[in-house]
Ligand binder design. Sequence first.
Ligand SMILES: Nc1ncnc2c1ncn2[C@@H]1O[C@H](COP(=O)(O)OP(=O)(O)OP(=O)(O)O)[C@@H](O)[C@H]1O
Ligand SMILES: [Mg+2]
Length: 403
Amino acid sequence: MKIVDVINQINKIGEETKDKTAPFQVLKTFKSGRSEAGVFMVEYGPANRVGILKVTKSNEGKVFQKAYELASTNNMQKYIAKLIASYKIQDKNKAILYVNLYDLAGDDIYNSETFLDKILNEDELKDSIISSITKFLFTWNKEHVKKFISPMEIIKNELSYRYMDDKYVQAFKSIGVDKNIKWISLDGTDVILPNPYYYFNNENVWGDLTVTCLTAYAHGDFQGDNIIITEDKPVIIDFCDLIEDCNVFHDLRYLESITLGDCLEIDKECDRELWSKVCESLSFGITDIDLPQGRGMSLIRQLMSKLRQNVKLIVSDSRNSLYDPSFHLAGTASGLINMRKYTSVNKKKAAFIYTAFNLKMFLKDEAVNMYDPKLDSCVVFNWKNQKLGNKIVVLEPCSTTVS
Ligand SMILES: Nc1ncnc2c1ncn2[C@@H]1O[C@H](COP(=O)(O)OP(=O)(O)OP(=O)(O)O)[C@@H](O)[C@H]1O
Ligand SMILES: [Mg+2]
């Protein structure tokens, strides 16, 4: 449906109901994201205010209200762009469209900057902004409920509609990883990683294992485009992917993994080598991380440790390792989501490596104790050397010669 028709319809509703938010006029069209949502900057109401009009097929306003109410009980609503008005209209084919007007976040109406844009350019902002972002992340959705859940269930919930969908399956196909192979050997190294496709394909892999996990609502798409940086605070938008009973670390690890993918290059062989080292160190520690030096690393080193600093708001005693497995699982889930989402095979491979390192640390945790690599179900994953395809490790029997 054309935006002029949408505007005509909501202006008509506004007139009929003497609604104070109408009339609307479009100022600018934003590029739309994954869904078919149309997003427009509009002028509205007799006071000529500026807001964001979002047209969607799903009832985003309802999901938003749930999130906003929860944030309000935790006094965190000031970090969320307010919903000002909601309309329900029909297109030509009588399909329902939801039109929601949000308060504009940002100071410059023609150039509202997002997290990465601003964070990359303004050094002095980094510390306070990231700290506020993670404070929001761990506070807006309280109380966090402690549960004992199977790893499969945690991952399925974090992946939501993406779990095992066609795009997910194709992602593994395109990087040459089969779900029946248990282990991956990184080319040119002695690193052996578990294959996440194997581990999260089959419930039986886990037996009756459960892990301790704090659960809460998650934003569900907590990435730079949905964090607007304003003069004094970050403002969070786009709650349409809200997840219920989710691993409390989900949004943090998702933001971390996306930021990593946006900041580091993987075109050259040395960049790819660095990538695996970074993935290894990020999965090794939680608040105490020791990242390698290298191209683009000074920014990453600052961002990553800052992002993780507020984990203490969830687990205040750093000696408490009860939630480490769920932290690693959130990294695993985020890696899988990125792997599915990235379009280039190289980026998919990079996300796969991030995923596998996190899964390795999960398996190695004392509470899980399932890291037991064997070469009888192992593939050499060609990451450093991009020209070769992956190759199954074939074990030759040792020949013993008796003289
Ligand atoms: N309240 C707002 N204030 C300032 N800018 C906004 C606001 N809402 C949206 N935008 C801008 O419009 C872009 C797209 O909006 P939004 O993130 O809500 O939808 P989307 O990502 O396109 O769709 P989807 O719902 O599929 O994720 C944002 O990345 C941001 O640049
Ligand atoms: Mg968005």
